[in-house]
Design a protein around this ligand. Structure first.
Ligand code: BDR
Ligand code: CA
Length: 313
């Protein structure tokens, strides 16, 4: 089978960085048509720069990186430096990458790519707030039916929230965008906290990255180690959730994950529960099923895959 064509929409972020590396290391499974940056973990000026840093680290300076939206559709930006550090990629020293930013706006790239590629052949992988995707759908409704699938990291049901008691960060930051994407009618696969909180790193996993003896291995070890401190303190767990690579791992080895095809709605009205993913896991409503909402992951298989693939870089 030929590799799946994907666009990664991202707000790097250490875990975004690992997701990008996993995709770039897996050309037999995914062809990265481009990377669109969005404001999220840190402001856009940093996320677009960080996306280029990651491509340069992988030796893939030919991958086009675009800057997209610098703020949510209808709200002020909320960032997460408390998790990711000031740069978004704290853990390793970051310099201006030796790789250009494309001139085109990220939203234009998404629209033009979906129009140019055969219908149904492009998968979108959003691993940040859904602003760019919703902005593209608003501006060019004709592209919606051209999307093959959306595989995103966001939301939670059993785990409820990480940025507020009720909401996961990516959905919380731009709930209006999320509501539009979840309501668009595109085949949707969701990696919520219910899954990613089972994808916990450990001391051994971090040491395994470092032991690769490569620049990528050292960077990923430093990033996951940095990221761990916050989550371990918060949850009291032995490791930290490596959220975003779940999307790419799913595209490579879907059997690692299991979930349910259900209805998921996004709360936009209430300030208290803003960005909550109201997931009908138990099938108690007749609302139409719009998402495959994952619930578990084979953790050993997940980290085996990431280690194997990153060792190639
Ligand atoms: C999500 O929020 C960000 O902090 C991470 O990069 C991930 O995409 C987890 O809630
Ligand atoms: Ca992210």
């Amino acid at each position: 089978m030929s590799p799946r064509k994907i666009i990664i929409d991202t707000d790097p972020g250490q875990d975004d960085a690992v997701a990008i590396l996993l995709a770039l290391a897996s050309p037999e499974d995914v062809e990265v048509l481009g990377i669109t940056a969005v404001a999220g973990n840190v402001p856009l000026a940093l996320t677009q720069r960080n996306a280029r840093i990651v491509c340069a680290l992988a030796g893939r300076t030919g991958v086009p990186v675009f800057a997209g939206c610098d703020a949510p559709l209808e709200r002020s930006l909320v960032t997460a430096e408390h998790v990711h550090g000031k740069t978004g990629l704290d853990g390793v020293p970051v310099d201006e990458p030796d790789m250009p930013l494309m001139e085109r706006h990220g939203v234009d790239f998404i629209i033009e790519t979906l129009r140019a590629e055969p219908e149904g052949s492009v998968t979108l992988c959003p691993i940040g707030p859904l602003t760019n995707i919703a902005a593209a759908f608003r501006r060019a409704p004709d592209i919606v039916e051209r999307v093959g699938e959306i595989v995103l990291m966001g939301g939670a049901y059993f785990e409820v929230g990480n940025i507020t008691p009720a909401a996961e960060f990516n959905i919380y930051v731009d709930p209006e965008a999320a509501a539009e994407v979840f309501g668009a009618g595109v085949p949707l696969t969701v990696m919520p906290l219910d899954v990613t909180h089972k994808a916990l790193t450990s001391k051994e996993i971090v040491e395994g990255f470092a032991a690769m003896g490569t620049e990528v291995g050292r960077a990923v070890a430093a990033w996951t180690d940095f990221f761990e401190r916050f989550d371990m303190a918060k949850y009291g767990s032995a490791g930290a959730p490596l959220h975003d690579p779940c999307t790419i791992a799913y595209l490579i080895e879907p059997g690692l994950f299991s979930g349910r095809h259900i209805n998921v709605e996004i709360e936009t009205g209430s300030e208290l529960t803003r960005g909550m993913t109201v997931a009908d896991w138990w099938g108690v409503t007749d609302r139409p099923k719009n998402a495959t909402f994952m619930g578990s992951v084979d953790r050993d298989g997940y980290f085996r895959l990431i280690h194997e693939r990153l060792a190639r870089l």
